[in-house]
Structures are given as structure tokens and as C-alpha cells.
Design a protein around this ligand. Sequence first.
Ligand code: SF4
Length: 285
Amino acid sequence: MTTLKDLKTPINIVWCPGCGNFGILSAFKNALVELDLEREQVAMVTGIGCHGKIVDYANVNGFHGIHGRVIPLATGIKLANKNLTVIGFAGDADCYDEGWGHFSHAIRRNIDITLIVHDNMILGLTTGQTTATSQKGFKTKSTPFGSITPPLNPIAHALVSNGTFVARGFAGDPKHLQNLIVQAIKHRGFSYIDVFQPCVTFNYLNTHEWFRKSVYKLEEEGHDYTDRQKALEKSFEWDNRIPLGVFYKEERLTYSNNLPHGKGMPLAKILEENIDITPLLESMR
Ligand code: SF4
């Protein structure tokens, strides 16, 4: 049985005190415990940004990749070993700026991975510049007179890309987020959660207090998550009333199901059993 103690690592957490990333880490670990997933069964991938350090703070298989490439890495791991539960963690700049092209294609292919986006609407690691989800008018180091472009709507984009699991959470409500992560991991297909993750150091607009005042839960208002059109309408709600929860969910064949090796033994296992990779490893010494 997996416990929180098993998931602890000896590495000191260096996020700023009060950062929303703590809520995501806690929700993630508690979700793994709730699902009783063995550490060896889980692979996490992160990109570049403050969020990326999460790979050091959870004791499961991990790969800290390059900027914008969380989805291709997670896809490769899943296609090579379909028995793994693969979870990608990306930042908003990481996924919605640098990695934007991967986002829609992974969604439409319905690759069986989970993507959690730490959406703090600013670049934290590089000390405060706008990203694709920064609010219009937001003054930062890169937009000293205020951002002149409206933000992307990633939830709407995921819905129109035929997403099969589209949700939004809030790092300030880790219990609710834990439940979303559990549902996302159980979902067969591409499950996506955009998480509001306040950056207490550089984002003075979208603070914990601002989110707490603005958010409500879709499930408490009887939202029908099987209705894509309704979900799309909800995805445009913003001012003073921002929905959290599952916008849309459906079961559909995954990308692997449609591949020849999708039904048999995992590719990694076939390679392991039939190919001696010792010479290759030796050549890399
Ligand atoms: Fe968190 Fe912002 Fe600090 Fe980065 S800079 S650790 S996102 S509070």
C-alpha cells in the first residue's frame, strides 16, 4: 500500500512560501495514495518553470524535460510502456506558449496520459513576464504599459479539439483538486486539468484571495459534463464567476487502442525480451 511517507523525497522544497505549487503537490500525492498506485507504476514528466521542480518532490519515476515538450515526452513514455500511469506537469508558458502546438494534437489523438497545467498566468522562474494566459492590461516586466493582447482560453480550446476529459482546479482547494486528479488518472484517454496556481511573488492580480472570491464549482450547480456545447459556454465564464470542476467527459478509443501493438505486450517489454541492448549501453560509456 502506497503512503504519503513513500512519496516523500529528501530534497528541500525551494518554492516561495505560499506558492500555489504546494497545493498541487499535496493534491497529487494524496491522489496517488487514494488510488493506491505503486511508485513504480507512475511516471511524471515536467517542463521548464517553477512547476518543473515538482519532479524532485515526489518519489516516483520522473523526467525533467525541456521547455514546451512535456506532452511529446509523456506521449513517448506511454507509447513505449502502456502499463505506466503517465502524468505530465507543465507551466502555462511551457504548455500554452512554447508547447502550444502539442496541446491540440495530443488532445485530438486522445493519447492516454494526464496533463496538469500549473497556470499562474505569469512567468515566475524568469521573475515576472506575461504568458499566454496573462490578463489584458497586466503590467509586467515584459509589458510595462500593460498587456495589449487578450489571454488564450485553454479550456475552450481543449473542448473544440475534441477533448475527452477537460477540467479546471484551484491549488487553494487541494481536496477538490485531488478529486479531479483521481478522476483524470482513472480516465482512459487524454485527461487535462488546468490548475489556477497563484504565484505570490510576481502575480499581484490573480492572487489566492482573487481566486477565492471568483471561483465556484460546476458540480454544485448541476452542470451536465456530457454536454460539450454547455461545457463550451461555461468555459467562457470569467468575470467574478469562474467555474472549477469537470467541464466535459466522455469515453472514446485512445490512440494506443488504434495502433497494432496497442493491444499486445508493451513495446518496452518486447524490446527488453528480444533485443540485447548491452552493446548499445557499452557504446555510451
Ligand atoms: Fe511559486 Fe511564483 Fe515563487 Fe515561482 S516565483 S515558486 S511560481 S511564487
